[in-house]
Design a protein. Structure first.
Length: 594
């Protein structure tokens, strides 16, 4: 522990001298108010500290004391349903203690140490048995949705179990087991601390092979993300980044959701805080908050804490991944995190990179996204957990050449490009189908063939081909007008209108339309593609274009989003109607010619 005194205050950056025993990334307590800070640079006995609280009123001469610890958070039962700030202080606890505003210097543990949990031990454990980090000791029923698995923490060494866990009611500070590691007896409690900047260890990384089903049709069909994958959602102001993130938090089929509101507006986080407790998980009919952790570090909170918030979020997510769960981290937005890095870099007087961002911006972004993955977790049972990371990016003016966007695109495998033109047309999700991409199609193809339908890939390619052809035809229509197009081209425009308006467009406020399972997605797009193919064949039989544009089945296709999930037989009838109505047109045309 080093102790010194302040010699300079520059916004959230404090420079202290006399810190001879300090080390990098050590947490320091600044002034009599004991503000929380982290050492980010050392020059001789001078420490440069980014302070995670308001520094107004501080001046030279005030004391700074190092704690000897890295910036760490508490991991254990009680995380779920919690709302934290960027450094894992519970906002509801702060409200009870200090009122509506976060008082400077307030220090609260991330977990409730007085709360008691009903612990159920792993019945296979025996005293004298060899255990290692990651081995399952038992579990706590934290919420109705999630069993919180208590493991040997990675901070302990492997050894012999000299006190096995016993069923009972414990606080997180009670010793539930003891391990003898070569003569060193280690106490095991239901919680431990972990430094947020250090990735938690795993046994081995695997290739992501199962899709993270979001229920959003444009994502699941055209631009899917795998469980353990990475994605980014860039777009201009008003294009719907936050709404997309909210939809994913509500409907993605992950066991645990960690939502990080990093530097976004307070009213957007307020929407989350008010809305999530009322939402029901469609898979379990339980409140969504029972599987959610919220981290709120809004734009009116200290800038430096934005950087800590994303690390806090992904560390909590890694902890649940180590239990063998599928976890998704939603960061909104990483641009605000990058801006915090830019501000600190400027105050450190570092050489600026592109647009003033620090030269190490790409490596920091890469380090963050590389903590995602599908992994074999530590422990002798070989359980598999996944951690998916989806980050929103808010480039100024929607400029995709922004350094944060470009650095992100180099490491993520899914790119959902939000377009302001689609948003102005009230087409949501406003994900541009011609500029977005996913590199997970091959990874998840075996799962899709076996679990959904083997024709999925063919229908997807056909639909995307039609949308690309539509873009070419629209340019032609602008030049020479709609009447100059052939019948086949007119049918393409009519089909892509169905794809855009009846499949890709989705209402977050319609209970039938907000979420669509993969089987229904396939049947919807299959009906549209089959109608197109039937119309093309009908044109070859010289059926008039007007008859094909006025087919009664088109009205049913426009309403198929409201078909219930347990009534897939409707789509069989829809395909039959398409066949009959295009064939009837052929018969009527033959009669007229006769």
């Amino acid at each position: 522990m080093g102790a010194g005194r302040i010699i300079k205050v520059s916004g959230p950056l404090i420079v202290a001298e006399g810190m001879t025993e300090a080390r990098m990334f050590e947490v320091a307590r600044v002034s009599e108010k004991e503000l929380i800070g982290e050492i980010i640079e050392l020059h001789g006995d001078q420490a440069y500290i980014q302070v995670y609280e308001d520094t107004s009123g501080l001046g030279p001469g005030e004391k700074v004391v190092g704690t000897g610890q890295s910036l760490s958070i508490e991991l254990g039962p009680g995380l779920l349903e919690s709302i934290y700030d960027g450094i894992q202080r519970p906002l509801d606890g702060i409200y009870r203690r200090a009122g509506s505003y976060i008082t400077r210097g307030i220090n609260m543990p991330g977990l409730d140490h007085a709360r008691k949990f009903e612990f159920k031990p792993n019945g296979e454990l025996k005293e004298g048995q060899q255990v290692e980090p990651g081995d399952l000791l038992g579990q706590v029923r934290e919420t109705e949705l999630i069993d919180h698995r208590i493991m040997v923490p990675p901070t302990l060494k492997a050894g012999r179990l000299v006190k096995k866990p016993v069923a009972g009611t414990y606080t997180i500070d009670d010793v539930i087991a003891r391990i003898d590691a070569g003569g060193e007896v280690q106490d095991v409690r239901m919680h431990h601390r972990w430094p947020v900047r250090t990735p938690r260890p795993t046994a081995r990384k695997l290739v992501p092979e199962v899709p993270l089903v979001t229920g959003q049709r444009v994502i699941d069909l055209f631009f899917p993300i795998a469980k353990g994958g990475t994605a980014t959602v860039p777009g201009p102001f008003g294009a719907g980044k936050t709404v997309v993130q909210h939809q994913l938090a509500k409907w993605a089929d992950a066991n645990i959701i960690v939502y990080v509101g990093c530097g976004e507006r307070g009213n957007e986080m307020t929407d989350v805080l008010q809305e999530f407790p009322e939402l029901i998980d469609p898979a379990t009919n339980r409140p969504l908050m029972e599987r959610t952790v919220l981290i709120a570090n809004t734009s009116n909170m200290p800038v430096a804490a934005r950087e800590a918030s994303v690390y806090t979020g992904i560390t909590i997510a890694e902890y649940f991944r180590d239990m063998g769960y599928d976890v998704a981290v939603l960061a909104d937005s990483t641009s605000r995190w990058a801006e915090a890095m830019r501000e600190m870099s400027g105050r450190l007087e570092e050489m600026p990179g592109e647009e003033g961002y620090p030269a190490y911006l790409p490596s920091r972004i890469a380090d963050f996204y590389e903590r995602a993955g599908r992994t074999i977790c530590q422990g002798s049972d070989g359980r598999i957990g996944t951690l998916s990371v989806i980050g929103a990016v808010s480039p100024p003016g929607g400029d995709l050449s922004d350094p944060v966007v470009q650095a992100t695109l180099k490491v993520v495998k899914v790119f959902w490009a939000l377009e302001d033109q689609l948003a102005f047309e009230r087409h949501f999700p406003a994900i541009g189908w011609l500029t977005s991409y996913s590199l997970y199609h091959d990874n998840i193809s075996a799962y899709i063939r076996n679990e959904v339908d083997e024709r999925w890939a063919g229908v997807r390619v056909a639909a995307m081909g039609l949308l690309q052809k539509e873009a070419e035809l629209k340019e032609l229509v602008r030049l020479v007008g709609l009447d100059s197009l052939s019948d086949n081209d007119r049918i393409i425009l009519e089909t892509t209108k169905h794809i855009r308006e009846d499949f890709l467009h989705q209402s977050a406020f319609d209970p039938d339309d907000a979420y669509t399972r993969q089987v229904k997605q396939f049947r919807m797009i299959q009906a549209i593609v089959e109608l197109h193919r039937a119309c093309e064949k009908a044109i070859e039989r010289n059926i008039p274009l007007k008859k094909l544009l006025d087919l009664p089945v088109r009205e049913k296709i426009a309403r198929m989003r409201h078909v219930k999930e347990d009534d897939m037989a409707v789509f069989d009838g829809l395909l039959e109607e398409i066949r009959i109505q295009t064939a009837e047109g052929a018969v009527e045309t033959g009669k007229a010619e006769a």
